[in-house]
Design a protein around this ligand. Structure first.
Ligand SMILES: [Zn+2]
Length: 189
């Protein structure tokens, strides 16, 4: 299961440095070792934009021309679909069944491309880095929530995974962590 994590880093390092520090913390809490919390994780990921409301899947920079429909937004290769399911979907979307071939339904008119939802552009599986994912604690909106906070406690060298379903700013206050930077992350376990 994927979960939204926030990394807390002391001070206000720049984009690249903050991302690198978050990556180092990921190395400490992800892996095959026994006390690892996660099997893998990444900065940003499916929670890219949580700090500022950015929608990565709507950004043209995170799309490419659809390889399934040749950017037309319409699939004409629908005869490959399983007869039962394809038949039902084709009726819903107005395509016409003209026959059967090798046990599969053959349709005319095509249907809206299910890879790009008819837009002709596919969303990339991995989003480009988004600057808003690195943000000073002072600029974080009050209601930001996350599954876990990951930080390195004082007099400690190793990153710790804290809380389970947290209000981020309240949790930082409880832990006495001030004047830092938050980095959005996506961890899997
Ligand atoms: Zn398409």
């Amino acid at each position: 299961m994927h979960c939204h994590v926030e990394f807390w880093i002391p001070g206000e390092p720049g984009q690249l440095e903050a991302r690198q520090i978050a990556e180092d913390m990921l190395d400490q809490v992800c892996g095959d070792f026994n006390d690892a919390h996660f099997d893998y994780g990444t900065v940003g990921g499916r929670w890219t934009g949580e700090h500022d409301g950015y929608k990565p899947y709507k950004d043209p920079a995170n799309t490419r021309p659809c390889t399934h429909c040749g950017t037309t937004g319409v699939r004409t290769d629908t005869w490959r679909w399983a007869a039962g399911e394809g038949e039902k979907k084709s009726k819903q979307r107005g395509a016409r069944i003209v026959g059967y071939r090798r046990g599969k339904v053959v349709m005319q008119g095509g249907i809206r491309c299910n890879a790009c939802h008819g837009t002709g552009k596919e969303v990339l599986g991995t989003y480009n880095p988004h600057n808003g994912d690195v943000m000073p604690q002072s600029r974080i909106y009050r209601k930001l929530e996350a599954q876990h906070l990951i930080y390195v406690p004082k007099r400690c060298r190793k990153a710790r995974v804290h809380g389970d379903g947290i209000k981020v700013l309240e949790t930082l206050k409880e832990l006495g962590l001030t004047g830092g930077t938050l980095v959005t992350g996506d961890c899997h376990y």
